[in-house]
Design a protein around this ligand. Structure first.
Ligand code: G1P
Length: 298
C-alpha cells in the first residue's frame, strides 16, 4: 500500500496509435487488444494501475479503436450464458476488467504525437498530478513501480520517470535521460532529457519506459512545444522544457521485469514469459522445453 492516497490519482493511457510495426494485424484490431495468453495487453496495463490503487483511467483512443473500451464494459448476455452453464471461473474472468477501474475515454482526432495525446487529459485531471501509462508495455504489479513513483512525486512535486538501463545500441528507439545519483538507492536526479538521440550522442543508456507521474503544469509546456522527432509533439520535449525551467525531475531506475509488447519480438517474449509462470499451462512448458532442445540438436 502506498503512503499517499493514490485513489485520488488518475491515470491516462494514450492508445490512439496505428501500430505500424504490427500491420496488417492492426488494420482492424487495436494492438492493445492483442492477447497475452487470455487477457489483452491493455488489461495487464490497467491491472498494473489498479495494483497502485489507481481507480480512474482516461483512455485516449483513436479512429477504429473503440473495441478497447468494450473490453472494460459489462457483457450481461455473456454473463447470463456462463451463469446458466455454471462456469464460474470464466464468469469472474469476464467481469474482472469492469471492476478494475472506472474507464473514461476521449478521442485523439489526429495522431500528432505522445505529447499531443497527453494534452487531451487536461480537463480530466483537474489540476492534479497524474500518471501516464503507455499501453504497449507493462510491469509486474508486485514490483510496485507505480506506487513508488507516486510517493516520490508527492515528495518532490515535480516530474517522476521510470528509467531502465539498456544496451547502448538500443537507446535511439527511446527517450534518454542524463542523471545524477541521490542518497536514495535507485532514485536519481534527471539533468537532461532527449527523445530518440543518435546512439553516439545519447547522454546515457538509461531510457524512459512508458511510466510517468506528471504535475498538471505539463499541459502549459505541451502547448508551447513544437513538433520534434518524427514531426510529432513529443512528451519528452515538453518535460525537457520544464526541466530547463527548474521543475525537479527524478527517475526511479527500474530493476524488475518490463514486458514490452510494442514490437513482434517483445510481444512473443511476453507471451512465453507469462505462460511459463502459469500453473494451468504446464503442458506448454514441457512442449517448449522439448522444442528448444530439438532446435539445439538440429
Ligand atoms: C515513447 C516515448 C519515448 C519512450 C518510449 C517508451 O516512444 O516517446 O520517450 O522511451 O515511448 O516505450 P514510442 O515507443 O511511442 O516511439
Amino acid at each position: 500500500m502506498s503512503a499517499v492516497d493514490t485513489t485520488r490519482i488518475k491515470a491516462v493511457i494514450p492508445a490512439a496509435g496505428i501500430a505500424t510495426r504490427f500491420l496488417p494485424a492492426t488494420k482492424a484490431v487495436p494492438k492493445e487488444l492483442f492477447p497475452v495468453i487470455d487477457r489483452p495487453v491493455l488489461q495487464h496495463v490497467v491491472e498494473e494501475a489498479a495494483g497502485a490503487d489507481i481507480r480512474d483511467i482516461l483512455l485516449v483512443t483513436g479512429r477504429g479503436k473503440t473495441s478497447m473500451v468494450d473490453h472494460f464494459d459489462r457483457r450481461p448476455d455473456l454473463e447470463q450464458r456462463l451463469i446458466d452453464r455454471g462456469n464460474t471461473a470464466r464468469l469472474s474472468a469476464i467481469m474482472e476488467p469492469a471492476d478494475l477501474a472506472e474507464i473514461y475515454t476521449c478521442r485523439q482526432a489526429e495522431p500528432l504525437g505522445l505529447g499531443h495525446a497527453v494534452s487531451y487529459a487536461e480537463s480530466h485531471v483537474q489540476g492534479e498530478p497524474f500518471a501516464v501509462l503507455l499501453a504497449d508495455e507493462f510491469t509486474d504489479p508486485n514490483d510496485k513501480l507505480l506506487s513508488r513513483m507516486i510517493d516520490l512525486q508527492a515528495q518532490t512535486g515535480g516530474i517522476v520517470l521510470a528509467l531502465l538501463e539498456v544496451p547502448r545500441d538500443e537507446v535511439n528507439r527511446y527517450g534518454v535521460a542524463a542523471i545524477e545519483q541521490t542518497d536514495e538507492t535507485d532514485v536519481v536526479r534527471v539533468t537532461e532529457l532527449v527523445e530518440k538521440p543518435e546512439i553516439d550522442e545519447a547522454p546515457s543508456n538509461l531510457i524512459l519506459i512508458g511510466r510517468y507521474i506528471l504535475p498538471s503544469a505539463i499541459f502549459d509546456a505541451i502547448r508551447v512545444t513544437g513538433p520534434g522527432k518524427g514531426g510529432e509533439i513529443q512528451l519528452t520535449d515538453a518535460m525537457a522544457r520544464m526541466l530547463a525551467d527548474g521543475t525537479p525531475v527524478h527517475g526511479i531506475v527500474f530493476r524488475g521485469t518490463r514486458h514490452d509488447t510494442g514490437e513482434p519480438g517483445g510481444y512473443l517474449r511476453t507471451i512465453v514469459e507469462l505462460a511459463m509462470q502459469r500453473d494451468d499451462l504446464t503442458s506448454f512448458k514441457e512442449w517448449l522445453t522439448n522444442f528448444v532442445a530439438q532446435q539445439g540438436e538440429g
